[in-house]
Ligand binder design. Sequence first.
Ligand SMILES: Cc1ncc(COP(=O)(O)O)c(C=O)c1O
Length: 386
Amino acid sequence: MAKKNHLPGFATRAIHIGQEADEETGAVAPPIYPTSTYAQQEIGKHKGYEYARVSNPTRTRLEQNLAALEGGIAAPVFSSGMAAINAVVTMLKAGDHVVCGNNLYGGTPRLFNQVWSDFGLEFTYVDTAEAKNVERAIRKNTQLVYVETPTNPLMALTDIRAVAAVCRAKKVDLVVDNTFMSPYFQRPIELGADMVIHSTTKFLNGHSDGLGGVVVCTRQDQVEKLAFLQKAAGAILSPFECWLVLRGVKTLAARMEQHDRSGRIVADFLVRHKKVKKVFYPGLPDHPQHELAKRQMSGFGSMISFETGSLSNANKMLRRVRICSLGESLGGVETLISHPATMTHSSYGEKGRKAIGITDGMVRISVGIEDVEDIIEDLDQALAAI
Ligand SMILES: Cc1ncc(COP(=O)(O)O)c(C=O)c1O
């Protein structure tokens, strides 16, 4: 039992914060408010809600819930993970500079390089596994350091505490995309991050049935700016999708436990498999940052990449999967398997992928919560095609 005065545990927060029974009817599941506007009593007098682009009660509940899970003060939600990342970049102004990890979800550098560079923002990409690379890249006009840890799909880690110390000394904000671990296994704010991003499409929702994004804030100025951007730019999450995430997040702790258990078993199976040349998973003792993984994450999760040797080998096996679904995305209850070079990281281009070590033979798996024996049997029969 949690002691009095202690914050309730993670699973309790996930199930109860923002998820309180409806005051009017007692409904235990939060109601969805599919409304565009709210009746006002007189000019300037209303019940706290005026127009749904600005705020919506279902969205308020989700924002409270996600802030509590990440340990932030607020968590404005957006229509997708990319919309959340876009909102963070929109907080900057022409001439500002961002230091980024050199291995991010492909859509992120696509947004930075192909959209925001044209508006005068500057981006430098470095290997953030070493905090000193970040320190060296910071300039006078640097406003943000932007990292993903573990990275997608190479599963390389950034030492959040070390990079946060660099950022604090240089008065630069650290933004961490925590999509792969979810707040259940990693809480960047506790390690010094200033903002945390998620594609809620992934583990937070967990059921592959809705897009969404969130920016968890630690300061009031961030909250005000992002609330303004929700209103001004309008890329907000719909009430129905807010409700889906509220529903999904109730089982986050239980799902993550199972994802992690099965992830370790599948990684172990892949390491032993003759046809698999290399496995990228922070839970493996020979992962170069295994010690850091144990320190900054409370589990290793279920994202695993592995090397099949060639595009043709990857395709042979991916054509054969039956339980695993070949498709982009991750973090759902179902096992999803993908090919980074032609899917999530196609926008890096061949040269860009080569520079950071994403090969044509690399396959990424998001281990779901089906019976793990079935996942392994499926992978085994698919690998036999190579
Ligand atoms: C780590 C990471 N961040 C952000 C995104 C973008 O999220 P969304 O697809 O919800 O826009 C993705 C999508 O795959 C991702 O993997």
